[in-house]
Structure formats: C-alpha cells, structure tokens
Design a protein around this ligand. Structure first.
Ligand SMILES: NC(=O)c1ccc[n+]([C@@H]2O[C@H](COP(=O)([O-])OP(=O)(O)OC[C@H]3O[C@@H](n4cnc5c(N)ncnc54)[C@H](O)[C@@H]3O)[C@@H](O)[C@H]2O)c1
Length: 249
C-alpha cells in the first residue's frame, strides 16, 4: 500500500539522472509510471517493473507538440488516466557554460524550446485528461540557480525562472479544473557520469548550505511524492526549494 496507489505519473526526462529517481520513488508508493524522454526510457521502465511496479517508456520530444500529444495518448492507452505530470526534462547537462557573450542564438533558443515551451506543451497535452477527471497535479522542476543568479549559463537560469511565473499563472487558470501546479527547485545534484566538472564545483556549493553535504537525487523524492499525493491537495502556485538550506552569500 502506498500513498500513490492507483495514480499515474508521467515523468519527462525520466530516462536518467534525477528523473530516474522520481520514477522509482513514485512507483515505490504504488503509482504507474510513464517515462517520457528523448532517450530510451526502457531501462528505467524495466527497473520499475523489476521492483514490482508498472511502467512504460515513451520516446518523447517535449519541445514538439505532436510528440507531447502522443505522450499523453500513450499514458491514457496504457493506464486510462493521468494524475501527475512531472516536468523534469530539460536542456541542462548538455547546456553550454561560459561568458554570456559567447552564447549563440541557437543555444539560447533550444534551451527555451525545451525548458519553457516543452513544459507548456506537456501541460497542454495532459490538461484535457486531468480536467475530465476533475483532478491533476503538475510539478515543474526549476532550479536553485533562479534564486542564486548563478553565473555561466544565463539561458538556462532565465528559462528555469520562466517556470516560476508559468506556475503561478497556470495555478490560477487550472485551479477551477481541480488541477494544482507547483514548482520544485533542486540545488546542484552532481552526476559525475554526465557532468564530470561538478566534482569540483560541489565542495563550494556544499559550503554554502545549512546542511553541509552533497545533494543526491533521492533528496528530491520525498517532496515529489508529497506534491503528487492527496497530502498536498490544497497547495498550488507554490515554489519550493529543496536545497539543503542554501544561503546566498
Ligand atoms: N542536477 C542538478 O544539479 C540540477 C539542479 C537544479 C535543477 N535541475 C533540473 O532537474 C532536472 C533533471 O536534472 P538532471 O541532472 O537529471 O538532468 P539530465 O540532463 O541528466 O537529464 C535531463 C533529461 O531530460 C531529457 N531531455 C532533454 N531534452 C529533452 C526533450 N526535448 N524531450 C524529452 N526529454 C528531454 C534528457 O534526455 C535527460 O534524460 C532538469 O530539469 C534540471 O534542469 C538539476
């Protein structure tokens, strides 16, 4: 028995990294899982199945409207409902970093296509199903960098900051449909396999945190389960930082 028994959760960008932890976490609470990613999400879906859960993998480009519609349709075909959408897919690990003057228009635009337009399109795709159910929960993943103004990738920080406004705006518009919209912002969660440079930046980030240790993907999972569950039914339009008490000095 779990707090998400009978619920269906779509996780964009669920094929690796923090999204994988969300998939395993919500499944452990009884949810059916849709792993929607440009990458092959089958290994994560198999991992979920191996631990006794139910999951499908749907190849999805969140920046493409037909693809996000197909993602929602696949969830409905397999599970017959959509209760939670976790907008986790992003241009992040692959984003270029450096002086803002070195950024190209193409890099700027692709970041916004995925990180902002992609979130809007995924919400648009699931909205009819959630509205028909009279319930739904949308969780947008932003970033601690929005609050910190982290130097080196302004396209990413600006794109994630847009989600804070989108969250408030859509919380107001979708509230009458019984749908909540919230944002969760992680701090740096190193993944040495994908971003080797984080091994050097992590000690500096850890020193600026009330809880002075490395943040792990699993540190995000409890908040995601809470925002996916009935325990958060009266919480909407909020932005929650899960950052170990990062202080911005
Ligand atoms: N890791 C961190 O330090 C950190 C900190 C703050 C916020 N975040 C955010 O948390 C989320 C997950 O971070 P992560 O470290 O696991 O990132 P990651 O780069 O490892 O994973 C992102 C996932 O999104 C997928 N993706 C990218 N473009 C896509 C598209 N167009 N359509 C579908 N899927 C696409 C990728 O294939 C990948 O599986 C991201 O939104 C990121 O911005 C991460």
């Amino acid at each position: 028995m779990g707090v998400l028994d009978g619920k269906v959760v779509i996780i964009t960008g669920g094929a690796r990294g923090i999204g994988r932890a969300y998939a395993l976490g919500v499944s452990s609470q009884g949810a059916g899982v849709v792993v929607a990613d440009l990458l092959d999400g089958s290994p994560v879906a198999e991992e979920v199945a191996g631990s006794g859960g139910e999951a499908i993998a749907v190849t999805t480009d969140v920046s493409d409207e037909a693809s996000t519609a197909a993602m929602a349709a696949a969830a409905m075909d397999r599970f017959g409902r959509v209760d939670v959408l976790i907008n986790n897919a992003a241009m992040f690990s692959e984003t270029t970093r450096g002086p803002f003057t070195d950024l190209t228009v193409e890099e700027w635009d692709r970041t916004f296509e995925v990180n902002v337009r992609g979130v809007w399109l995924c919400i648009k795709a699931v909205h009819p199903h959630m509205a028909a159910q009279g319930s739904g929960k949308i969780i947008n993943i932003a970033s601690n960098t929005c609050y910190k103004g982290t130097i080196g990738f302004p396209h990413y920080v600006a794109s994630k900051s847009a989600l804070l406004g989108l969250t408030r705006c859509l919380a107001n518009e979708l509230g009458p449909d019984g749908i909540t919209v919230n944002t969760v912002s992680p701090d740096l969660i190193p993944n040495p396999d994908i971003r080797p440079t984080d091994a050097t930046s992590d000690p500096f980030v850890v020193a600026g945190r009330a809880l002075r240790r490395t943040q792990e993907a699993e540190d995000m999972v409890g908040t995601i389960i809470y925002l996916s569950s009935p325990a958060s039914d009266f919480v909407t339009g909020q932005s929650l930082l899960v950052n170990g008490g990062a202080f911005f000095i």
